[in-house]
Design a protein around this ligand. Structure first.
Ligand code: NAI
Ligand code: ENO
Length: 288
């Protein structure tokens, strides 16, 4: 089954909804599946064929055997903790030659667990669009979400070169820039540029909330607060999955962050101008 004939997107939230809209714009027949009726109604009103489907197997789901029989590619856009169990659930019901890919924000655990349950004739390529926002749900989905954004693909030694090339072309068609790396390298890098910033933003707001519980101080905040705290509005369910799944890479970064904070704390305490200036200059030079 060719990708251009039919694609399925499981989880029609911010990311899945954006993929479904983009695929539809490309002229690909898209089937969207989600467990939430309101989400399905929104997607349907935008011309996407929808099915109620709960990958955790609750009542009311669409029967699996038939639903994917004409699907060339399946995007899994559910929370990280549901991805490998979803592959297990659907893998024996997709046509031979089909590609399953995901958008989860961690890769090592997902790719390992998926490869252990994948039947012959079905391919899995891990994916992670480095686009999105602190928002959740189909209501925020946009067909141009991925324009210009890095989109990481994480093949393994067992990944067929032709399948990977198909994914690279599809990512380009979504308007994104494909970047290929191993699942391990992915987790190491995104822990630094995505997971740690999220932890710091959330912790920053929690620290201020503790010192200023009245909240009215926000009225005085300017761009610095806005720039450093936007992602503190992120989805708790999605992030608890990410942080726990990638703890091996995140915990050393938290230690490094605490150490840097202590250096600055000590320098401020002792009015050590040279150290304070040095820390600022170091950060500015790295960011260039
Ligand atoms: N939010 C972001 O900026 C980004 C998120 N990601 C990843 O993409 C995935 C999706 O994230 P978002 O779209 O932000 O989440 P979201 O919360 O906006 O959407 C998730 C969707 O999945 C549905 N869903 C949840 N459990 C389900 C189940 N068991 N069966 C069927 N449907 C189910 C929900 O009803 C919802 O519509 C996550 O794995 C996340 O780590 C990747 C890049 C960016
Ligand atoms: O809002 C932002 O700036 C983001 O960086 C969104 C985001 C959240 C999770 C990801 O795995 C990737 C991107």
């Amino acid at each position: 089954m060719a990708i251009k004939d039919s694609a399925a997107v499981i989880g029609l939230g911010l990311i899945g909804g954006s993929i479904a809209k983009a695929l539809k714009k490309m002229g690909i027949k898209v089937m969207g599946l989600d467990s939430d009726e309101q989400t399905l109604a929104m997607a349907k009103s935008e011309g996407i064929e929808t099915h109620c489907f709960n990958t955790q197997g609750m009542a009311g789901e669409t029967a699996i055997p038939d639903i994917f029989s004409h699907t060339g590619i399946i995007f899994l856009c559910v929370p990280v903790s549901f991805i490998s169990s979803t592959v297990k659930l659907i893998a024996n019901h997709v046509p031979r030659g089909a590609i399953i890919t995901d958008t989860g924000s961690v890769k090592k655990v997902i790719v390992r667990d998926v490869e252990a349950v994948l039947p012959d004739g079905v391919s899995f390529v891990g994916g992670h669009p480095m686009a999105g926002s602190e928002r959740s749900g189909f209501g925020w989905a946009r067909e141009d979400m991925f324009y210009g954004a890095p989109y990481i693909l994480t093949p393994t030694p067992g990944t067929d070169a032709e399948i990977l090339w198909t994914m690279v072309k599809l990512v380009r068609d979504l308007g994104a820039k494909p970047i290929i790396m191993s699942p391990e390298e992915h987790d190491r890098v995104v822990a630094a540029v995505s997971h740690l910033p999220q932890i710091i933003s959330t912790t920053l707001v929690n620290a201020v909330a503790e010192v200023h519980p009245e909240g009215s101080v926000m009225d005085l905040a300017g761009g610095g607060w806005r720039d450093t705290t936007r992602i503190a509005g992120s989805n708790a369910v999605m992030w608890k999955d990410i942080l726990i799944s990638n703890k091996d890479e995140i915990l050393p970064l938290i230690s490094a962050f605490k150490e840097q904070l202590s250096v600055l704390e000590s320098a401020i305490k002792s009015s050590d101008e040279a150290v304070i200036k040095g820390r600022f200059q170091n950060a500015k030079a790295y960011k260039k």
